[in-house]
Design a protein around this ligand. Structure first.
Ligand SMILES: Nc1ncnc2c1ncn2[C@@H]1O[C@H](COP(=O)(O)OP(=O)(O)OP(=O)(O)O)[C@@H](O)[C@H]1O
Ligand SMILES: [Mg+2]
Length: 252
């Protein structure tokens, strides 16, 4: 059974059909690419998958469960986590605490336990600190655990966003142009980290990218979107040679 199964997904904003009949099937453990020019509808698909927008049409299934029309919180609980095209961190909070925010949906204590600092509070806090540090190590951010997120260099803030998303222990991770604004070295390092995450956390990932070469380097399968519609879909090496795809990218 596919981890993500999307059928005939569509959304209409006034006269604009920003996503029009989108289908995809992503197997567990796959690193799948979603590419397309500016305004193609990529981020809108993420907003539909995470409940930010309700689809006009279509069905979304996560690991066999129909999650169509659920809200953002329900969808996160069901197992989808995402990063945003524009970084959304708690910049005035330490790096470690940014990751702990993600852990709160699994480790919790009652408000009373928190206020009275009952033994369970210390136990849960210790567990969360350990788990957060473990995730930060994967991203080579453990030495900056007590740095304010806003003081990290840009490339590391991007990595921290992924770390926070992973902390919710998702079944499916959605990354919206995670390499945007990075220099080539940072991009290469990020791609290595994404590959590592795939294996280490047994993750299923849908990766939005602008850069065809970048997607070609790490995703076996890809969907190319243009004007809200699927232009090509399938094995990356074949899709990227498709004349329709090459034409859509001319002038980029
Ligand atoms: N809430 C909204 N209301 C109206 N139109 C919207 C809304 N959200 C997105 N759109 C439009 O839908 C289209 C697709 O936008 P989207 O942000 O999904 O593109 P994208 O593929 O992510 O582009 P980019 O590569 O620039 O990030 C655009 O024409 C955009 O203006
Ligand atoms: Mg976008």
């Amino acid at each position: 059974m596919a981890m993500l199964e999307v059928n005939h997904l569509a959304i209409q904003f006034g006269g604009l059909r920003a996503v029009d009949g989108f289908n995809v099937s992503i197997e567990k453990g796959q690193l799948y690419g979603l590419i397309g020019p500016n305004g193609a509808g990529k981020t809108t698909i993420f907003n539909l998958l995470t409940g930010v927008y309700k689809p006009t049409e279509g069905i979304i299934k996560l690991d066999g469960q129909d999650i169509t029309g659920k809200n953002t919180i329900e969808i996160n609980r069901a197992g989808i986590a995402r990063t945003f095209q524009n970084i959304r961190l708690f910049k005035d909070m330490p790096v470690l605490d940014n990751v702990k925010v993600g852990l709160h949906n699994q480790h919790s204590y009652s408000t009373l336990t928190g206020i009275l600092r009952l033994p369970k509070y210390y136990k849960v806090e210790k567990e969360m600190n350990e788990k957060a540090m473990e995730i930060l190590k994967v991203f080579d951010l453990d030495k900056e655990a007590y740095t304010l997120a806003g003081n990290l260099p840009y490339g590391k803030q991007r990595k921290l966003e992924i770390a926070r998303a992973l902390a919710t222990n998702p079944k499916l991770l959605l990354l919206d142009e995670p390499a945007a604004g990075m220099n080539p070295n940072e991009t290469q390092e990020l791609m290595d980290t994404i590959r590592f995450v795939q294996e280490h956390f047994d993750m299923t990932t849908l990766l939005i990218e602008h850069d065809m070469k970048l997607v070609g380097g790490i995703c076996e399968e890809v969907t190319v979107l243009n004007f809200g519609q699927v232009l090509a879909q399938g094995e990356t090496s074949k899709v990227l040679k498709d004349p329709a795809v090459v034409t859509a990218y001319l002038g980029e």
